[in-house]
Design a protein around this ligand. Structure first.
Ligand code: SF4
Ligand code: SF4
Length: 438
């Protein structure tokens, strides 16, 4: 079986983002294969821990992937500050063609465009992909999963950090389909009520609305914060409230643009001009402009740069959504990208970002702990990836084993296979998930 077929059968998807099926990326022919270990979300440490404790798998995954796409250069990007992980990777890389690239500790060092530019010097064209400049980028957990797939092991667990207001912050493997509230117990449970939980990051993650929801292949972590924490208050506003505040309070200081990482990388993203649309209509809808289209949704403008605590990121999101709906979502501005002269001086150190977010006191080591986890029930979604939902191939009452294929992608469709994460019996098959009892 080819690597592409093995990776497809194992249901490997991009673990660090939206869950793009990895076997599709392996069909490319490129010069560079990049492993992204530049974890930059405050409080999250799962990539660092994965590289520290599973360096051989990460390096082997990268070697296999690079060979499959004919890439002569294979590089893992990692932050300089992660000494233990660097040591472990250096040992794993010895005698291979895999190199390391060291990043400073700034946000968003892990942005795909940033990773490609920092390592290769190449700039992805506006609205383009790494592929357009001869690169493929995978998160390090994806490379680990790719290595496992080569050995016939499917994706059954997700590696995640559980931190914030929990008794014992840690990073560990959690069976896919485990409910959020059960996952929090792995870290000793929540220490203080009332609380709220962010999934996969404070900057680009989302607020967990229901802790009965399961963790999936793309879940990178759960972060518990007090319910009245400023960040949770800010996330609790409706789009209408965000737009109304922006409408009345934006003074066009343009700090949001001046510190925007994509703007500094040379893309024509200008959130202050997007905010200006709000000045003329309630939701900006009729006047949204192209300056939102190249936004990465990194959140820096909303959560760090804006002195008025407004919502330029959300304005860019609304603008892009509306423009796409109106068939005006394609970038027709300049194609040329030129790095801003002040880029290096306007980087935002993660420590400074944490101070601004008010989360410094929740920073914890969150080291890797190997746990023997036996959930009584798992709720495994049939769509944890970009593309079509997988179709269940098991029946209610059927006995299933950990690693068994339980849902398959329709023929010819983009998607990823889904496997069982525990030994048990299928007790329910709903529209969107398969329930298995141990
Ligand atoms: S930083 Fe805030 S106040 Fe200044 S232009 Fe941007 S949104 Fe408006
Ligand atoms: S979220 Fe804000 S800072 Fe980030 S890319 Fe978009 S406009 Fe720039």
């Amino acid at each position: 079986m080819s690597l592409i077929d093995k990776v497809k059968s194992a249901g490997v998807v991009g673990a660090g983002g939206a869950g793009f099926p990895t076997h599709v990326k392996l069909q490319a022919r490129v010069e560079w294969y990049l492993g992204n270990g530049a974890e930059c979300e405050p409080l999250m440490h799962k990539d660092r821990e994965l590289m520290t404790y599973f360096p051989d798998e990460v390096v082997q995954g990268l070697q296999l992937a690079a060979a499959a796409v004919g890439a002569g250069r294979a590089v893992i990007g990692i932050k300089k500050k992660n000494h233990k992980a660097i040591k472990a990777l250096q040992k794993a890389c010895s005698g291979t063609n895999v190199k390391l690239h060291f990043f400073d500790d700034y946000y968003p060092a892990g942005d795909e465009y940033e990773v490609v530019h920092t390592i290769t010097g190449r700039l992805i064209p506006p609205q383009g992909l790494p592929l357009d400049v001869g690169c493929v980028v995978n998160n390090v957990e994806t490379l680990y999963n790719l290595c496992q797939a080569d050995q016939g092991k499917p994706v059954t667990d997700t590696f995640m950090t559980i931190t914030g207001m929990v008794k014992k912050p840690l990073s560990t493997w959690a069976p896919i389909g485990m409910r959020g509230k059960d996952v929090l117990e792995l870290a000793g449970g929540v220490t203080q009520e009332p609380f709220k939980v962010m999934e996969s990051g404070l900057m680009m993650g989302k607020v967990v609305k229901d802790l009965n929801q399961p963790v999936v292949k793309t879940t990178g972590g759960l972060i518990v914060l007090p319910a009245d924490h400023n960040l949770m208050q800010r996330y609790s506003r409706t789009p209408q409230q965000m737009a109304r505040i922006g409408h009345s309070a934006c003074d066009q200081c343009s700090y949001c643009t001046e510190l925007c990482p994509r703007y500094l990388l040379g893309y024509d993203v200008q959130p202050h001009l997007v905010m200006r649309s709000l000045g003329f209509s309630a939701m900006g809808a009729e006047l949204w402009n192209k300056y939102a289209l190249l936004c990465s949704q990194c959140g820096l403008c909303t959560l760090y740069s804006c002195p008025e605590a407004l919502y330029p990121r959300e304005a860019c999101f609304d603008a892009t959504t509306d423009l796409r709906k109106a068939d005006r979502g394609k970038w027709d501005g300049p194609r040329q990208v030129k790095v801003h002269a002040t880029k290096e001086y306007r980087r935002v150190p993660v420590k400074q970002l944490m101070t601004r977010l008010g989360v410094t006191r929740y920073e914890a080591e969150a080291g890797y702990v190997k746990l023997d986890i036996q959930p009584k029930q798992v709720f495994i979604p049939v769509k944890q990836h970009v593309g079509a939902a997988a179709r269940p191939i098991v029946k209610v009452g059927e006995a299933v084993a950990r690693g068994q294929l339980i849902a398959q992608v329709p023929d010819g469709a983009l998607g990823a296979a889904v496997h069982c994460s525990i030994n048990g019996r299928v007790v329910d098959i709903m529209d969107d998930m398969i329930v298995i009892e141990a």
